[in-house]
Design a protein around this ligand. Sequence first.
Ligand code: G
Ligand code: G
Ligand code: MN
Ligand code: NA
Length: 253
Amino acid sequence: QLIAAQLPLAIKSAELTAVYQPIISTHGNQLHGAELLCRWPHPVFGMISPDEFIPLAEELGLIGQLGQLMLEQGCAQLAQWQLAAPDLVLSINLSPLQFRDPELCSQIFACIERHGLAPWQLELEITEGVLMENADEIESNLANLIEAGFHLAIDDFGTGYCSLAYLPRLQVATLKLDRSFTQELVTNQATTAIVRSVIGLGHELGIRITAEGVETVEQQAWLVQAGCDRLQGFLFSRPLPPEEFARSYQLLV
Ligand code: G
Ligand code: G
Ligand code: MN
Ligand code: NA
């Protein structure tokens, strides 16, 4: 496959770039942060989706390098934006495979130090798949990241075959409710009940809830009245190139 052959150079030459989707706080209706999402603007095939090249990078053993590239771009960007918005939080997706690397935590820490950032400014998004593997490197990476002060978010919450047993043991800052739930809100009673319960569960444990995939004002209104802490989705904005993000949210100083 052609793109498989081109991926190593695309990563090395930083042809892959980051776009940013806003995350809005319902407490004051203001910008809380941004989720960094990777893009590959390919000269021939056009924009290639991460759904295609992330699995490929994982297969080819390139996900560590890709993750490092995105981390570097994201931290450089946040260092600039924090001048205008000191409380802005950057969410970064980590692949389960990155947790196999015993250097993961020290690499992330070195990166924030290089850019003069504090650990709480990064929210690291992991999927429940990470928590289901029982590997020592994974456990110690998770423990080290929390110990260092990074915030952990469980991405696509509610879609995995995972028990909730990890919640009392692992200090999770945020649950990101998968967009399949958001999409059935208001119209499906069972989904509505589940979302209400997840918000209650999270809050009892001191965890914030972000709803993903918010596309309508009805969903927004429902989530706000249910006490959901943060909203993300096309209703607010698609993922934006950094210049557009900065313009939209007045982050230029
Ligand atoms: O941006 P989009 O919604 O098309 O992303 C599709 C999937 O790719 C999502 O599951 C998202 O978490 C994942 N993804 C996007 N950017 C990154 C990245 O930088 N690293 C990893 N590991 N996954 C990413
Ligand atoms: O798995 P993860 O949550 O990281 O996936 C993020 C992906 O979700 C991004 O690729 C982004 O483009 C997509 N996304 C973000 N907001 C919306 C939305 O409101 N509707 C839909 N359908 N997708 C969204
Ligand atoms: Mn995510
Ligand atoms: Na998600």
